[in-house]
Ligand binder design. Structure first.
Ligand code: SIN
Ligand code: CO
Length: 432
């Protein structure tokens, strides 16, 4: 998967390839991230589906989804009044210098588009006095609780579709050029001003030979200057160009839309990995009737026929599909490494602390469910007990101390939560 600006082949807001398996939990730690030691922000629940909200221009999420989602653009003035950038410019630059962060620098100096990939040491970025450059930092929600809290406001869209929060910093005149994306995006202005021009044009031909996707012809049909708190929603394939007016920062909340070929390939891989496809995962190809050949390079017709018959036996059911989607879509991004507590509390102490201060999912944790099954960070969980508390933990991403106390006489619950705590998947204490 590639991000829109640097390749025509993309279907996700995020750029890194997905990893096949879990990385060891000790490679490096995100506790170097600028805000790791800072107090977290207040948990902000997503707006309820039927209540009008300033975030969507006084539409309810249900109305927004019906009228605009994947259909047409919407400009929302003061979607989040008094917004503050989740990260300062310096904090963003610090993040762009980390190995586990996807950062890109796009410059448009002397009319020439250039793209570089991070990490960027502070002296590798152009001066903030220089015009026309942009730094894009992907997946900021994985590194900062305030960014995660901002992303959480958009959870009226299923988590399975939500991708990440990207922050762009630009100097005057900076932008990534007129382009289009294949995913939905909310562009939230968090600092300074940006002029957005958009077009529903059908001609999406790209300029050849550039390191990023820039449209050959761009004729805008609407134009606005966005100020802090203003937001623009764009469905896929709406051409757009955002140019900074002075120094500015924009948060872009992006969604993932896997292609059919990606889903098919990954699903078959999932079936094969589980050895469930034919029920004969370990069976080897056999050919006791193979005759001696004169033309050794020729594929034997019987081989083609037998493999065809084998593939025709591949079977799956709805449970396999749910299990594939849950594990695949909850798989952390390739760069994600959890931070298990250095000196973990034993289960009794863990119960004591969580009974006083509750717990919450780590900002990097993905917890999804489908009627009977739960999926956490790419793993399917077998859970035969009562499920309501797990549904609630997945939806709220936190559990109050009171709720924990009620559940804590079930040792299966406390031992599962303790295991997740030890893996760094949950944190004790609600957001303060
Ligand atoms: C976008 O056009 O999708 C985001 C660009 C930016 O934030 O600079
Ligand atoms: Co875009």
């Amino acid at each position: 998967m590639r991000f829109s600006f640097d390749s025509p082949e993309y279907n996700s807001h995020y750029t890194m390839p997905r990893r096949p398996t879990h990385l060891p939990a000790d490679a490096h730690s995100a506790s170097n991230s600028p805000s790791a030691a800072k107090p977290a922000t207040q948990p902000i629940l997503p707006p309820s589906p039927d209540i009008p909200t300033a975030l969507l221009g006084q539409l309810s999420p249900s109305q927004f989804m019906r009228r605009y989602w994947q259909k047409k653009p919407l400009l929302i003035r003061q979607a989040i009044p008094d917004i503050e950038a989740p990260l300062s410019r310096d904090e963003l630059f610090e993040l762009a210098d980390q190995d586990d962060v996807e950062a890109r620098l796009i410059t448009h100096f002397r009319n020439k588009w250039q793209l570089e990939h991070g990490p960027f040491a502070p002296d590798e970025l152009p001066s903030i006095k220089q015009r026309a450059w942009t730094l894009l930092v992907q997946g900021v929600d994985l590194h900062d609780d305030r960014a995660r809290a901002l992303l959480d406001r958009f959870r009226f869209v299923p988590d399975a579709r939500l991708d990440d929060l990207m922050i762009s910093y630009a100097t005057d005149g900076g932008g990534v050029g007129p382009h289009f994306d294949s995913y939905d995006v909310f562009l939230l202005q968090v600092k300074g001003k940006r002029r957005w021009r958009i077009s529903a044009q059908k001609d999406l031909t790209l300029q050849p030979g550039l390191p990023l996707k820039v449209l050959q012809h761009f004729e805008h049909d609407e134009e606005w200057v966005l100020e802090p708190g203003d937001m623009l929603y764009l469905p896929p394939h709406i051409a757009h160009d955002g140019i900074a007016e002075g120094e500015c920062m924009t948060c872009s909340i992006g969604f993932r839309a896997p292609s059919e070929s990606e889903l098919t390939a990954q699903f078959l891989y999932h079936l094969a990995e589980r050895g469930e496809a034919t029920g004969k995962a370990g069976a080897l190809y056999r050919d006791p009737r193979q005759a001696a050949v004169e033309r050794p390079a020729e594929l034997p017709a019987a081989l083609v026929e037998r493999v065809g018959a084998m593939l025709a036996k591949v079977r799956w059911n709805e449970q396999d599909i749910a299990s594939f989607l849950g594990t695949y879509l909850s798989e952390p991004k390739p760069s994600v490494v959890f931070d298990p507590p250095q000196r973990p509390l034993n289960e009794a102490r863990f119960i004591g602390v969580a009974s006083k201060s509750g717990l919450r999912l780590d900002r990097k944790t993905n917890l999804l469910y489908e009627r009977r099954f739960f999926f956490v960070n790419g793993e399917e969980i077998t859970w035969d007990g009562a499920k309501k508390w797990l549904f609630d933990l997945a939806n709220l991403r936190s559990m109050s101390a009171k709720r924990f106390v009620t559940l804590s006489h079930d040792s299966a619950v406390t031992s599962l939560l303790h295991e997740w705590y030890r893996a760094g998947w949950i944190q004790v204490g609600e957001l303060a």
